[in-house]
Design a protein around this ligand. Sequence first.
Ligand code: NAD
Ligand code: AHE
Ligand code: ZN
Ligand code: ZN
Length: 374
Amino acid sequence: PTPQVLKSKAAVAWAAGQPLSMEVVDVMPPQAGEVRIKMVATGVCHTDAFTLSGDDPEGIFPAILGHEGGGIVESIGEGVTSVKVGDHVIPLYTPECGECKFCQSGKTNLCQKIRETQGKGLMPDGTTRFSKDGQPIYHYMGTSTFSEYTVLPEIAVAKVNPEAPLEEVCLLGCGVTTGMGAVANTANVQPGDTVAVFGLGGIGLSAIIGSAMAKAGRIIAIDINESKFELARKLGATDCINPKDFDKPIQEVIVEMTDGGVDYSFECIGNVHVMRSALECCHKGWGESVIIGVAGAGQEIATRPFQLVTGRVWKGSAFGGVKGRSQLPEYVERYMAGEFKLDDFITHTMSLEQVNKAFDLMHEGKSIRTVIHF
Ligand code: NAD
Ligand code: AHE
Ligand code: ZN
Ligand code: ZN
């Protein structure tokens, strides 16, 4: 049967800085090369809050936010061959076409095939699949998981093991893969290395899991919210420190604690001042700092160039350097094999109607991840 327009419950961001609004929207059928997904669950990531706040230079409204989902293919457009109706998939805000210069380089996961339209809230053909009473609503990060149904390009879904609980592995659609991947792929932490993780939300805690899996010798966890320390320790942090407890810059504290600095640091907050601390707590000659946090429009990082001249390295990481279609299914398998747990992260579950509460809990520092069940 030819797919028809569907009515879908969705949380719409009409404008920056306003709560999301529950609406019934129209979702067009998938066009050529596209698939329509019935969402099963979605996490709420700080980046959703960042864009809603108005700080994202690419933020565009009205839009349907959400990018950490798991769902089931409901229908497919013309020419789609790599997935079929009923497949379990994780939407990819970093797609993988396998053909573009970036995919072919072997040096990056940042496929650029559809990046331009994705950044404008549009599908690759330059139009949107969402509308409300005829008014177009934009896509977000190419995923828009805060909707019962969403449409994605075929190259932006990873087909995963249908036995995996989507209510948990949805977190692999962003946060957990980002933190674990930054450690394993971007930094390549080795046994015995000393690591510092700044910010103990879903991303930082995943970086701690990744560091523990890499057998890092010492894992220093840093946050201004000490309620995060217990879980950080459980996941493998050896030291938990609060910058507010010291009367000198935290990088000096860490350099002293570690006889010269850490081998690797990860900034998992999006604060440009902390990014500086994360670089400067690295060991002279070789320490590497990985920026994961996303900073607002107009923000810039600073340090003395001497920090780099003397061998520290500043890098960044998106989606943990993971290629979604070819590598994300392995993360799901590793989860299924019991290599790491996800339930520790899921501090709250709720329905889409309650999504604004999920943002409140995040801003109050009370949640790690809220998972929305559809
Ligand atoms: P979160 O809000 O759950 O966690 C952030 C943590 O940082 C909180 O525990 C908070 O207490 C702590 N924090 C805030 N200010 C601090 C400070 N000055 N010093 C120490 N700790 C501080 O957020 P999250 O979902 O874990 O996301 C973290 C960051 O990573 C965000 O900026 C998000 O946009 C970004 N992100 C990037 C990628 C990527 O691919 N690069 C992927 C996902 C998320
Ligand atoms: N749009 C913002 C930047 C946002 C950003 O950096 N996004 C990350 C993913 S965060 C997931 O929670 C990312 O993958 N970036 C690579 C890309 O191509 O967007 C801005 O500053 O304009
Ligand atoms: Zn995210
Ligand atoms: Zn590509």
